[in-house]
Design a binder for this molecule. Structure first.
Ligand SMILES: *Cc1c(COP(=O)(O)O)cnc(C)c1O
Ligand SMILES: [Zn+2]
Length: 401
C-alpha cells in the first residue's frame, strides 16, 4: 500500500490515513496522497496484462491496505466504444464513448462505492449514512450489503423509482425528502452529528474519488497510454471529473503518460448549471442554483462541495463548461440508441448534446479524439422514453414498413 497521507484540498493540512477521517477541520474535502516515487519503482505497466479486468488491477494507485478488505462486485474495465455513425453525423469522426452502463448497479457510482465501502470496512465502520440523487444510494446500499455495513439513505422524493427499489432490496434504511439532494444532505449532516455515524456524502470522505479515478486510469490504458484531446463529463457533485483529473496527474507523475492532458468539459443541464455559470464568469466557486430541475436527475446538484476542484480541473486543462437543454438530452439519447445501439442514461446523453455544440462552434475540430463519458445505463430511466406501439389481435397482419 502506497498511501502516504490525506491532504486537505483547501488548506493542504495533512492527516493520517489509517483512521476514519471526514472533512478537514477547515471544511475542505480530503484527497488521498500516495508515495508516487515508490509507486513508480514498484508498478510496471506490463504487470497489468496478467491482472483481472476490474478496477482493482490498479491496486498500487488505490488506498486499500489488505486484499481481504476489498469489497467487489466485479466493477471496472467498462468498454470504450467507437461511435462511428454518430461521430460522422455530428462532425467528430474520432468520437468514442466510455460506457459505464455495464457496471454493477448500472452506473459509475459503483466505482466510488466499491472503494469507499472497502476502506470503511478496513477502518472498522459499521454504520453509515448518505444523501443521494438516487444512483449513489443504490450503489452504496449494494456495496454496504456486501461489506456488512448498515446504511441509512435519504433521497429526493422525485428520484427515479428504481433507485428506491435498489436501496430497499439491499436492506438499507430508506427515507425520501420532499426537496433536493441539498435538503437530504442537511438531514444526513444533522443525524451524523448526533449519532456519530460514518458520513458517506459526496467528498465528505476521501475514497469515493479514488474509485472514480479509475475511469481515468482505464481510459489511458485502453488508449495505449495516450490521452484523448477532449473528455466530456456530466457533472453533478463533480467527483468523476475530479477523479479523472487526479488519475491523469498521478499517471504523469509515475511516467506512464506524457505532458499532454485532455481538455476536460463539465457538462450540465440548463435547468441546473451552477458550475457552467461559474466557469463562464471565470469564477473559482459556484453559487447555489435556485429551482434546479432537469430530466438528468443525477446531475441535479445545486451547489457541489467540490465545485472549486471541478473548476480547477477545467481551467488547468483549458477545458470548458457547457449546459444543454432537456430536449437536446432526450434527442441525443435517441440518437445514441438508434444509430449505435447504446441506451444511455440522460446524464450520459447530455455529453453528446454538449459535443454537438462544441463541434458547431469549432471548439472541437474534426481531427480530434473525443471521449463521451456515459455514466450509466438508460435501463434505469425507462420513463425517459415514450413508446407508441399499436396493439394487434392474433389474426392481424403487419403493414409493410
Ligand atoms: C451521480 C451521477 C452523475 C454525476 O456524477 P458526479 O461525479 O457527482 O459529478 C452523472 N451521471 C449519473 C448517472 C449519476 O448517477
Ligand atoms: Zn483544510
Amino acid at each position: 500500500m502506497y498511501v502516504s497521507h490525506l491532504e486537505c484540498s483547501k488548506c493542504s493540512a495533512a492527516y493520517e490515513s489509517e483512521q476514519v477521517t471526514q472533512l478537514c477541520s477547515c471544511g475542505g474535502p480530503l484527497l488521498v496522497r500516495y508515495d508516487l516515487k515508490r509507486v513508480k519503482d514498484a508498478f510496471r505497466r506490463e504487470a497489468l496484462s496478467s491482472r483481472p479486468p476490474t478496477l482493482w488491477r490498479y491496486r498500487e494507485l488505490l488506498p486499500v491496505r489488505e486484499q481481504e478488505h476489498v469489497v467487489s462486485l466485479g466493477e471496472g474495465m467498462t468498454p470504450l466504444l467507437p461511435l462511428e455513425r454518430v461521430g460522422a453525423r455530428v462532425g467528430i469522426p474520432r468520437l468514442l464513448m466510455k460506457d459505464e452502463g455495464l457496471i454493477p448497479t448500472g452506473t459509475f457510482k459503483a466505482r466510488g462505492a466499491a472503494l469507499a465501502a472497502s476502506r470503511a470496512k478496513e477502518l472498522g465502520v459499521t454504520m453509515s449514512a448518505m444523501p443521494t440523487n438516487g444512483n449513489a444510494g443504490g450503489a452504496w446500499a449494494a456495496y454496504c450489503a456486501r461489506a456488512g455495513i448498515k446504511a441509512v439513505i435519504v433521497m429526493p422524493k422525485g428520484a427515479p423509482a428504481i433507485n428506491r427499489k435498489e436501496v430497499a432490496v439491499a436492506g438499507a434504511a430508506l427515507y425520501l425528502v420532499d426537496g433536493l439532494i441539498s435538503d437530504a444532505g442537511k438531514i444526513i449532516a444533522r443525524a451524523v452529528a448526533e449519532y456519530g455515524w460514518f458520513d458517506a456524502s459526496t467528498l465528505k470522505e476521501p475514497y469515493r474519488i479514488e474509485g472514480k479515478k479509475t475511469m481515468g486510469l482505464e481510459l489511458a490504458e485502453q488508449l495505449g497510454w495516450q490521452v484523448p484531446d477532449v473528455i466530456l463529463y456530466p457533472t453533478g457533485g463533480g467527483v468523476g471529473i475530479i477523479g479523472i483529473y487526479k488519475a491523469l496527474r498521478e499517471l504523469q507523475e509515475i511516467g506512464w503518460i506524457g505532458d499532454k492532458l485532455p481538455r476536460l468539459v463539465a457538462v450540465q443541464a440548463t435547468g441546473c448549471a451552477p458550475i457552467v455559470r461559474a466557469w463562464s464568469e471565470r469564477k473559482g466557486e459556484s453559487e447555489f442554483w435556485e429551482g434546479a430541475h432537469t430530466v438528468a436527475f443525477g446531475i441535479t446538484v445545486p451547489k457541489a462541495l467540490g465545485d472549486f476542484l471541478v473548476l480547477e480541473a477545467v481551467y488547468a486543462t483549458n477545458g470548458c463548461g457547457v449546459a444543454v437543454t432537456d430536449d437536446e438530452i432526450l434527442r441525443a439519447q435517441q440518437m445514441l440508441a438508434g444509430a449505435e445501439g447504446v441506451f444511455v442514461c440522460p446524464e450520459g446523453a447530455a455529453t453528446l448534446a454538449a459535443a454537438v455544440h462544441l463541434a458547431r462552434e469549432g471548439w472541437i475540430t474534426a481531427k480530434e479524439q473525443v471521449v463521451l463519458l456515459n455514466t450509466g445505463t438508460g435501463l434505469k430511466y425507462p420513463e425517459t422514453v415514450s413508446v407508441d406501439a399499436p396493439v394487434l389481435q392474433p389474426g392481424d397482419s403487419l403493414p409493410r414498413v
